[in-house]
Design a protein around this ligand. Structure first.
Ligand code: ZN
Length: 196
């Protein structure tokens, strides 16, 4: 009899076509979606991420999981951070950004699908975030800080975008060689980043 141990889902890396697709909405939350969310959380933790989107594990679905650490200082949190940070890890089903708010801010980002590359990305400091939970609760709140940043990054994945598509010209030039190499190396591994 074949013994099969539970394995961490591989993460798809830059160059994998699934990362460039527009993901489909989740039509209904059933056991397969709950299981997928649990597997995504395990993969995210195994690779030390704070967020992961379903396309990153090869599933073109509008589902994200994030686990953003508590913010310090806790004062001055947006209402969304106050609401969601105590609820980590958080699974968002069919999440949307309704509107952007605040000023544009530059912050360094990385991505499980772009190993070992970190570069500054300019995004709005706050967004109005709307999502369903796995339990069918509808949430709408304004999220700033690292949480707002994470939400914007993960939602990009659902629209086939990586943070490397948003680099300013200078940062893009600086990262071009690394990105080309990641794609080349990735192609040899079918764009699979595995953890054992
Ligand atoms: Zn990412």
């Amino acid at each position: 009899m074949l013994f099969r141990k539970h394995e961490i889902l591989p993460v798809r890396t830059i160059g994998d076509p699934v990362l460039a697709e527009i993901a489909r909405p989740v039509e209904r939350v059933d056991d397969s979606i709950r299981e997928l969310a649990a597997e995504m959380l395990l993969a995210m933790r195994a690779f030390d991420g704070i967020g992961i989107a379903a396309p990153q594990v090869g599933r073109s679905l509008r589902l994200i999981v994030f686990e953003v650490p508590p913010s310090d200082p806790p004062e001055g949190l947006t209402s969304g951070e106050a609401l969601l940070l105590p609820r980590m890890p958080f699974v968002a089903v069919n999440p949307e950004i309704v509107a952007a708010a605040g000023e544009l801010v530059e912050r360094e980002e990385g991505c499980l699908s772009v190993p070992a590359l970190y570069a500054p990305v300019i995004r709005p400091s706050r967004v109005i975030f709307r999502t369903m939970t796995l339990d069918g609760e509808l949430i709408e709140c304004e999220c700033g800080g690292l949480l707002g940043r994470c939400i914007q990054h993960e939602l990009d994945h659902l629209d086939g975008k990586l943070f490397t598509d948003r680099l300013a010209p200078n940062a893009a030039r600086a990262a071009a060689g690394r990105i080309a190499r990641l794609k080349r190396d990735g192609a040899r591994r079918n764009y699979l980043r595995t953890k054992h």
